[in-house]
Write a protein that binds this ligand. Structure first.
Ligand SMILES: [Zn+2]
Length: 211
């Protein structure tokens, strides 16, 4: 049922509820006539909702499909990838449906958890490194439009190939690119890391573990 009561009239919501209770065959017969009466905004809303209902990560978050859950809180969830790149491959995602990173109000939740999971993979499985990867957008290789952060533990001789091809660029090209980016990336500098935080990181002995 649409959550947005302003977008739909009370009658339309009642009709939608009746339609959703029907079998898929019956829905097919009735839906075209119902959709004809709706505005493009209403149709777009319904299509979006339909997409979210079929999104596997939304379904995991709603406990409609089972998952090998490692962690969950109000905002984020971490589960084992059931087709792992290496043993312990974990995926972390917001429980709410966000297609790409810029839509997420606080990406810190995701990456803090990724960091903690990476630490757990070092300690539990003896990983010697991790790749923390996000495909942000379809063109970047994102198959499902729900943001996920992959934490892939790396082991000696694991034969995972993530070698990216670097190309040569000349000084002029680099400067042009730099200027374009800087125009849009003139953010305020963040506060320095406080001394106690640095101490905490050192206590994890990452310098020794990360190759
Ligand atoms: Zn989703």
């Amino acid at each position: 049922m649409p959550e947005n009561n302003i977008l739909f009239t009370k009658e339309q919501i009642e009709e939608l509820n009746k339609i959703s209770a029907l079998s898929p065959e019956e829905q097919k017969k009735i839906l075209p006539n119902f959709l004809k009466k709706l505005s493009p905004e209403q149709i777009e809303f319904l299509q979006k909702q339909q997409g979210q209902q079929q999104c596997p990560f939304c379904l995991i978050a709603e406990k409609k499909i089972p998952a090998k859950k490692i962690y969950e809180d109000n905002n984020v969830m971490a589960v084992l990838d059931i087709n792992p790149v290496t043993p312990g491959h974990t995926i972390i995602f917001p429980k709410k449906h966000f297609s790409i990173l810029p839509q997420i109000p606080d990406v810190g939740n995701l990456f803090n958890l990724a960091n903690k999971i990476a630490s757990a993979l070092f300690e539990s499985l003896g990983a010697q490194g991790t790749n923390i990867l996000v495909a942000n957008g379809q063109l970047a290789g994102q198959n499902i439009p729900h943001v996920i952060v992959n934490v892939i533990p790396r082991y000696k001789d694991d034969k995972v190939n993530l070698n990216l091809e670097h190309k040569q660029a000349n000084e002029e090209e680099l400067n042009k690119t730099l200027e374009k980016i800087k125009q849009k990336a003139n953010f305020k500098p963040k506060e320095d890391i406080k001394p106690q935080q640095i101490k905490k990181i050192k206590s994890h002995n990452y310098e020794e573990r990360v190759p």
